[in-house]
Design a protein around this ligand. Structure first.
Ligand code: NAI
Ligand code: MG
Length: 334
């Protein structure tokens, strides 16, 4: 039977880059059936709410969702849709791979790093937020659980094993944040011992930031807590030429959402200027998740070829092609 995928085309540049990705998936013969659903501004306008129940039902039903960027309206009472989705479906692993292509803003050649970020705990758990009445003091609670740390570190090692990677680096600040980061590091060491086939390393987060800039090739898979993962993964995106090249997956026990890391880019929306690479790379992650690695590889090679040859790339990559022309170039390679 045909695999069904939920597709949220999203706001701003979302529809145009998602359409690129769908054309490419069809071209390599994925034969998916798509269920389209609305979220974000589009949903608010069409259905009166940011995250309609119909959309949630489709995300749950198909288990796999490809999602364009969403605009969260500025103002009272709108919580981030991405945060809501992560909570609702317990998407505990945020997987953000970066690879460098020649001819882009990438700072180094041959970068291939995956950040595995814990997506539900730590500084972003939303617990214990207090601001004193006179506004002079504020506090928030960071919570790490053994179960939460264990599942994310195991996820990182399983991913490393599945993809034939060599090393997992646990990134922490256990020297200062003794309780929370300390527990994370302790669990990371325990889990690491269960994977003797993979090299285990650990690094304090501030040093890791410097090392990433100075000598990124020492990193393979990095696993870390929520806040550090948020920051480090953007640093990695910067290493390979920015958000246009950065995909992300949010993965839970029986649900996964694949997306671009950037937003809806209202400044270039509707102008055929967006670089669709981020969602094409997210589709590659989706194919790997679905164990369709051969098709993922085909798309990766075609994309690499188009970007590195540089003749039909988008403006952010230094070219002058539009979104549709860039997409056609990838389709031509395929
Ligand atoms: P943004 O990521 O949309 O844009 C930042 C800059 O990067 C802009 O100059 C934009 O033109 C450029 N850019 C982004 N993606 C690009 C692409 N594929 N090709 C070429 N250039 C690209 O961030 P911004 O402007 O802060 O946010 C706009 C909206 O997006 C907001 O409503 C925000 O809430 C939402 N947002 C949604 C996210 C999501 O759904 N995952 C993530 C981040 C922001
Ligand atoms: Mg972030």
């Amino acid at each position: 039977t045909q695999r069904r995928i939920t597709v949220i085309r999203g706001d701003g540049i979302g529809p145009s880059i998602i359409d690129s990705a769908l054309q490419i998936l069809d071209k390599v013969g994925c034969d998916f059936a798509y269920d389209f659903a609305d979220a974000g501004l589009t949903a608010l306008e069409n259905e009166g709410e940011l995250l309609p129940q119909k959309t949630l039902d489709l995300i749950a039903k198909n288990g796999v969702t490809l999602k364009g960027p969403l605009t969260t309206p500025v103002g009272e009472g709108f919580t981030s849709i991405n945060v809501s989705l992560r909570k609702k479906f317990e998407l505990y692993a945020n997987v953000r791979p970066v690879i460098s292509f020649k001819g882009t803003q990438a700072r180094y050649e041959n970068i291939d790093i995956i950040t595995v970020r814990e997506n539900t705990e730590g500084m972003y758990s939303g617990l214990g937020q207090i601001v004193s009445e006179d506004g002079s003091e504020a506090e928030a609670k960071s919570k790490i659980t053994r179960a939460g740390a264990e599942r994310i570190v195991e996820f990182a090692y399983e991913l490393a094993r599945r993809e034939g990677r060599k090393k997992v680096t646990a990134v922490h600040k256990a020297n200062i944040l003794k309780s929370t980061s300390g527990l994370f590091l302790k669990v990371a060491r325990e889990v690491g011992e269960r994977y003797p086939d993979i090299e285990s390393a650990e690094m304090i987060v501030d040093n890791a930031c410097m090392q990433l800039v100075m000598n990124p090739h020492q990193f393979d898979v990095m696993v870390t807590t929520n806040l550090f993962g948020d920051i480090i993964s953007d640093l990695c995106a910067g290493l390979v030429g920015g958000l246009g090249m950065a995909p992300g997956a949010n993965i839970g026990k029986d649900c996964a959402i694949f997306e671009a890391v950037h937003g809806s880019a209202p400044d270039i929306a509707g102008k055929n200027l967006a670089n669709p690479s981020s969602v094409i790379l997210a589709s590659i992650q989706m194919l790997e998740y679905l164990e369709m690695g051969d098709k993922a590889e085909k798309i990766r090679n075609a994309l690499k070829d188009v970007i590195e040859s540089g003749d039909r790339t988008t403006r952010d990559l230094g070219g002058s092609a539009g979104t549709t022309d860039f997409t056609q170039a990838v389709l031509d390679r395929l």
